[in-house]
Ligand binder design. Structure first.
Ligand SMILES: [Fe+2]
Length: 271
C-alpha cells in the first residue's frame, strides 16, 4: 500500500547530477532562439554560450576539489549553467552586456528561468539555492545576511565565473581584437588611472564606474583575485597563467610592477 494519502503529492526530488544533461539540453535550445544571422552580433552570443559551458566545467572542478556531496555538486553545476541566462535576452533587446545601460542580467535570467518553469519539478530548497546564487553572482559585494549554505553557492559561482572571464579576456587580448562590447566602450590611453591603481595596492576591487581607460579595465580584471574564495580556484588561476598574461598588456612601469607583486603574493599563499 502506498504511504501517500490520496491528494498528498510526494515530495519534489532534489537536483541530481543525472539531471544535468537534460538541463543542458534545455539551455542549448533556449540559446539557439537568440542566434543572429549577422556574424558580428552572433559572435557575442557565441561568446556567452561558450562562457557558460566553461563555467560549468570550472564549477565541476572546484566543487569536486572542495569535496562537495553529489547533491551539492548538482546544485552548483545547475547554478553555473543558468548563471548568465539573462545575457542572451539582454544582448538581443539592448545590444550590450553593460548592465547599467540596459538591465540587471542576473535578475533577467531569473525571470526567464521562472517563465520556462525548467526547475519547477525540483525541491523548493534546491531551486531557491540556485536562484539566490544566480541573483548575487554579479554583485560587487555579497550581502552579510546570507546563510552559510547560500554563501557557499554564491562564492562557488563567483569563483567559477571569474575563472572563465579571465580566459575570455586572455584570449581576446592575445588575438589583438577590438570589440567595443567586450571593452565596455572604453578607449586605450597607455596609462592606468591613479585611483584604480591605488585601489589594487590596497587589495580592493575598483568600482566599474571609476574605469576611464582599457588599461583600467585590465587592472580591474586582475583585482578580481581579491574576491576569489577556494583553494582549487587559486590553483586553476595559477596553472592557467591568466594574471601574468593579462598583465603583459599593461604599461610596464614601477607602479605596475608593485601592483603585480601585490597580486601574485596574494595568489601564491592561497594556491
Ligand atoms: Fe553574469
Amino acid at each position: 500500500m502506498s504511504r501517500c494519502r490520496r491528494g498528498v503529492s510526494p515530495p519534489a526530488p532534489g537536483i541530481a547530477l543525472e539531471d544535468l544533461a537534460e538541463l543542458r539540453r534545455w539551455f542549448d535550445g533556449y540559446v539557439r532562439d537568440f542566434y543572429f544571422d549577422d556574424p558580428a552580433r552572433q559572435r557575442n552570443i557565441a561568446l556567452k554560450e561558450e562562457h557558460t559551458h566553461r563555467v560549468v566545467d570550472a564549477m565541476s572542478r572546484i566543487a569536486a576539489g572542495i569535496g562537495l556531496s553529489a547533491h551539492d555538486r548538482a546544485i552548483a553545476e545547475a547554478t553555473a549553467l543558468f548563471h548568465d541566462l539573462g545575457r542572451f535576452r539582454q544582448y538581443r533587446d539592448h545590444g550590450t552586456f553593460r548592465d547599467p545601460e540596459s538591465t540587471n542580467h542576473a535578475a533577467l535570467g531569473l525571470r526567464e528561468l521562472a517563465a520556462a518553469r525548467i526547475l519547477h519539478r525540483f525541491d523548493i530548497a534546491d531551486r531557491r539555492q540556485v536562484c539566490e546564487a544566480i541573483f548575487h553572482h554579479n554583485r560587487r559585494f555579497l550581502p552579510e545576511r546570507l546563510s552559510e549554505r547560500s554563501l557557499l553557492f554564491c562564492r562557488l559561482i563567483r569563483d567559477a565565473d571569474k575563472l572563465d572571464i579571465w580566459r575570455v579576456f586572455d584570449e581576446y587580448y592575445r588575438a589583438g581584437e577590438r570589440n567595443p562590447v567586450v571593452e565596455l566602450g572604453l578607449t586605450e590611453s597607455g596609462y592606468v588611472s591613479g585611483r584604480i591603481m591605488d585601489c589594487v595596492l590596497e587589495r580592493r576591487i575598483p568600482n566599474y564606474l571609476d574605469l576611464k581607460t582599457t588599461e583600467d579595465f585590465k587592472v580591474l580584471q586582475l583585482s578580481w583575485v581579491f574576491d576569489l574564495n577556494f583553494g582549487p580556484s587559486f590553483a586553476m588561476l595559477r596553472e592557467r597563467g591568466y594574471i601574468d598574461s593579462i598583465a603583459s598588456y599593461l604599461p610596464g612601469n614601477e607602479k605596475t610592477r608593485r601592483m603585480l607583486a601585490r597580486i601574485n603574493d596574494f595568489v601564491g599563499v592561497r594556491a
